[in-house]
Write a protein that binds this ligand. Structure first.
Ligand SMILES: Cc1ncc(COP(=O)(O)O)c(C=O)c1O
Length: 491
């Protein structure tokens, strides 16, 4: 910087927001959040705006000089709220309904205040050690064995990517870490997942250089669960044709129907074939906290790795994905690279989480998990998840009892897949159109938000219950709205 460019502000006017201003604004924001959550059902769950509307409310260039924090906070209402889809809304039933919790929000706030980077133990011992301890608590809550070692990533997509990278690294004779995959004489690698596995598994195949041909989709049975005998056959056929099978991904709670792959049988096959077993329990795994639902993770104790997303159904704000493996040394071999500037005296005694993944920098995510686990307790979390499952089972019964609706998949968790099927309509295309229009009509009210899937070319509606604020009356109202809209459509 030359002399002419030097700061025109005296040092006392540099630095951060004055503490009294922060305190006042902070209290205002907490009050604002409190009112927002308390009165969440005064908002429409879906925004009514058109693409580009929010951009139009925003200046095209950054502010030249600083603005008042009160003006910035005021724009939450004026600029941001009109474009919000309210995931906290009790009538949010789309995708997998998730909700952060007040305790989780406070954990996020504390994490932002500390603003540490937990790449090394030394760069923040509390972050590393709290992550180890909270993940061990969660492991116990899920009933997983004590040789499962845990790490927090941002999303299940990234957790599964790391699982598959470790599975690939386990093929140590191929020296992929050292020499890469291209331009040399290697067998083609193949992994396996059900045709209902999440697209993040395909993305992992893309990212890891396996290509889409490197993932073989295994057919499912009438309950949308992977057929183990089809898996065995696919592996045998691949071996005969010179492929090198290396990994199977089983899903506990698939994205469309929440089906549960037969993990015990799949684990048996992986054991026999010497393949890495990764379990994607991003949504369904949380249900294992409920003692009578523990069975959903049967067989997962034999997995090499598993992902469960506390940001999906454990009331921890996005983002927090819990990844466990019993082979952390393989994961470390896949990713550890330590430049000189990141060496510390404690390296031999501690865990440096940067060694176990792509990203160096790591947020202090464990704080929000710690806040949530402590605030609700294991029983409090189990009671809330149990209630969601009960609500979904009730809705499933109403659908089963109605002549003009049918359930399209079993309901093992808290997500109900169904469609309208008026008695006089038999044509699949016509039924698809009716259900597509029904979904549009329900969502157009903006009072309820549901999503859809396709099962065997049939258009299927999904109601996912997982929100802390959802009660019996909300599910009942959604069901009434669905019935009313169908009657209107069929007039
Ligand atoms: C079964 C399953 N796995 C993985 C994911 C991806 O989750 P994330 O958004 O945390 O990457 C989803 C998302 O819904 C999912 O349903």
């Amino acid at each position: 910087m030359n002399a002419e460019n030097k700061s025109d502000l005296a040092p006392q006017f540099l630095g951060d927001m004055p503490t009294d201003e922060f305190s006042e604004a902070g209290q205002q924001l907490i009050e604002w959040i409190n009112t927002y959550l308390q009165q969440i059902d005064r908002h429409s769950v879906l925004s009514g705006i058109k693409p580009g509307d929010i951009r139009k409310l925003l200046p095209t260039a950054p502010p030249k000089s600083g603005e008042k924090i009160s003006d910035i906070l005021g724009d939450l209402d004026k600029v941001i709220m009109p474009g919000m889809t309210h995931w906290n809304h009790p009538n949010f039933f789309a995708y997998f309904a998730t909700s952060g919790s007040a305790a989780g929000i406070l954990g996020e706030l504390a994490s932002a205040a500390f603003n540490i980077n937990g790449m090394l133990w030394k760069s923040c011992p509390a972050s590393t050690e709290l992550e180890q301890v909270t993940l061990d608590w969660l492991r116990q809550m899920l009933g997983l064995p004590d040789d499962f070692w845990g790490i927090i990533y941002d999303t299940a997509s990234v957790s599964s990517l790391h699982a598959i990278a470790a599975a690939r690294e386990q093929l140590s004779d191929l020296r992929i870490r050292e020499e890469g995959l291209c331009g040399r004489n290697l067998p083609r690698l193949r992994m396996y997942a059900s045709e209902h596995a999440h697209s993040s598994i395909d993305k992992a195949a893309l990212t890891l250089g396996l290509g889409l041909a490197g993932i073989q989709k295994i057919p499912v049975d009438e309950k949308f669960q992977m057929k183990p005998e089809a898996l065995s056959q696919a592996i045998a056929a691949d071996r005969r044709q010179g492929w090198r099978p290396f990994c199977v991904v089983a899903t506990v709670g698939t994205t469309s129907t929440t089906s549960i792959d037969p993990v015990p049988e799949i684990a048996e096959i992986c054991n026999r074939e010497d393949l890495w077993l990764h379990v994607d329990a991003a949504y369904g795994g949380s249900a294992a906290v409920v003692p009578e639902m523990r069975h959903v993770l049967d067989g997962s104790e034999r997995a090499d790795s598993i992902v469960v997303n506390p940001h999906k159904w454990l009331f921890v704000p996005v983002d927090l994905s819990a990844f466990y493996t019993r082979k952390p040394e393989v994961l470390k071999r896949a990713f550890s690279l330590v430049p000189e500037y990141l060496r510390t005296q404690e390296d031999d005694e501690v865990e440096n989480f940067m060694d176990y993944g792509v990203s160096l920098g790591r947020r202090f995510r464990a704080l929000k998990l710690w806040f949530v686990l402590r605030y609700f307790g294991v029983e409090g979390i189990a009671a809330r998840i149990r209630y969601h499952i009960e609500l979904a089972q009730k809705l499933a019964r109403w659908i089963d009892e109605h002549d003009d609706f049918e359930r399209m998949a079993p309901t093992p968790f808290s997500t109900v897949c169904f469609r309208a099927h008026p008695e006089n309509v038999t044509d699949t295309d016509e039924l698809n159109k009716i259900n597509e229009r029904l979904l549009e009509a329900v969502n157009a009210t903006r009072e309820v938000f549901m999503s859809h899937t396709k099962l065997d070319e049939k258009y299927v509606l999904r109601v996912a219950i997982g929100n802390l604020r959802t009660e019996d009356r909300h599910v009942q109202k959604a069901w009434e709205l669905i019935q009313t809209k169908l009657i209107e459509l069929m007039k």
